[in-house]
Design a binder for this molecule. Structure first.
Ligand code: NAD
Length: 332
């Protein structure tokens, strides 16, 4: 099995890069990694992998990418944290071209299995109005009222996977990721998500002698965050399971954003004043993952403690921040 060709679409990105690294570590010898970004912007780039720079919105590029492939992991999407998705709804929705063409190409290429990375942003907004949130069950995506732009695209693409499975017999698997974080991801530039942004703000304040950091919203919004190693393990478990419907892949360790800031400050050994920016994008008030189904089907759920993952993430972002400051890299 380990010499069959595996495609990671979006392999230059955060999760895709970790997935490629994992396959290499496991001894897979035939990996194709495709991303639209130039190679010097990929978070992880390996010489022994077939790396391809291509725009997977294009059907021909998807055909070339899936040629001879046995498993497709589609992680390619134009995405980012709240600051990006609230201000770039059309760009987010255009990712529908990626998954649509990828499904068509995968069906033509007769791949064995197809994985699609969906998101907790598909869930009905009405179920996420309170900070004191009831964890989201898979059924809570309907009736549909997802995050505008990004969430609608994910919900539509989930259904495309379902209908390609039902009508064309393509084996599709769909996971709804809840906030993934960890090293080798975006931490600056506008697409970063809360855990990385908070680490960067704390590091920046320390390095520049500031005594205050800005927090988006009132900080009372609740979230769960999944460490990247749990995400990779979950992707593989779901891909090779019999789970046909979209399933949550997220941590159920709930925290407030204020709690996350205090955790990062504790890791860094500092305590700053907090300025809450109430007009900044902050997303829904509360969101957590209900892991009943994943535990039932897989006997497993993400379990890496937030504190442990944040310590590793903080250390990595700190090193990257210093490298940028020393002019050793311009990539963030
Ligand atoms: P990322 O932005 O780091 O990775 C996505 C990659 O897709 C990027 O490298 C980007 O260049 C690439 N891409 C975009 N358009 C492309 C195109 N037209 N052709 C080829 N490549 C293209 O994001 P990530 O955090 O690694 O997310 C991976 C997947 O997981 C995405 O589908 C995302 O929507 C989903 N997801 C992520 C999270 C999270 O917290 N990170 C949460 C929910 C869902």
């Amino acid at each position: 099995m380990k010499d069959k060709l595996i495609l990671v679409a979006g392999g230059g990105g955060f999760i895709g890069g970790h997935l490629v690294a994992h396959f290499r570590d496991q001894g897979y010898t035939n990996i194709r990694s495709v991303d639209v970004k130039p190679f010097d912007e990929w978070y992880q780039l390996f010489d022994d992998v077939e790396n391809v720079e291509a725009d997977l919105k294009l059907r021909d590029a998807c055909r070339a990418a899936t040629k001879g492939v046995s498993q497709v992991y589609n992680l390619a999407a134009d995405m980012g944290g709240m600051g990006f998705i609230e201000n770039n709804k059309a760009l987010c929705m255009l990712s529908v071209l990626i998954n649509t063409h990828m499904l068509q190409a995968a069906q033509e290429a007769k791949v064995d299995r197809f994985f699609y990375a969906s998101s907790a942003c598909v869930y009905n907004a009405d179920k996420q109005r309170n900070e004191d949130v009831v964890p989201l069950k898979e059924a809570d995506a309907y009736p549909a009222m997802p995050e505008d732009g990004y969430g609608w695209e994910k919900l539509f693409s989930e259904r495309m996977c379902r209908h390609f499975r039902e009508d064309f017999g393509l084996v599709t698997r769909v996971a709804r990721f809840h906030n993934v974080y960890g090293p080798h991801g975006t931490w600056d530039g506008g697409r970063e998500k809360a855990p990385a942004a908070i680490c960067r703000k704390v590091i920046h304040a320390i390095e520049t002698g500031k005594d205050e950091i800005e927090i988006w919203g009132d900080g009372k919004q609740t979230r769960s965050f999944m460490y990247i190693d749990d995400c990779v393990e979950g992707i593989l478990r779901i891909m090779h399971s019999n789970i046909e419907e979209p399933i949550n892949l997220g941590s159920d360790e709930l925290t407030t954003i204020n709690g996350l800031v205090e955790m990062v400050e504790d890791i860094a050994g500092v305590e700053f004043k907090h300025k809450h920016n109430l007009s900044a994008p902050k997303g829904v008030n509360g969101r957590n993952s209900d892991n009943t189904l994943i535990k039932k089907y897989l006997g497993w759920a993400p379990g890496i403690r937030l504190r442990d993952g944040m310590e590793r993430t903080y250390r990595w972002i700190h090193e990257e921040y210093l490298k940028v400051n020393r002019g050793e890299t311009v990539r963030t």
